[in-house]
Design a protein around this ligand. Sequence first.
Ligand SMILES: [Zn+2]
Length: 68
Amino acid sequence: MPLYEFTCEQCGATFEELVAAGLDGLGVTCPECGSEEVEKLVSRFASGGPSAGRGGSGSCAPGSGRFT
Ligand SMILES: [Zn+2]
């Protein structure tokens, strides 16, 4: 069974759940608040990872004198 990641629309908690193919998250409840208002996240790469794409710009400004 594939492991899907869900997010709770009630408390905002995210959790992973093993879901049988075809059920599409039916019967999945939030482990935090027990709500059934959960949304399946399509991609596991969409959240939980470090914020990429930031940083690197401005750290090495060319032509700017840092002396005085
Ligand atoms: Zn919840």
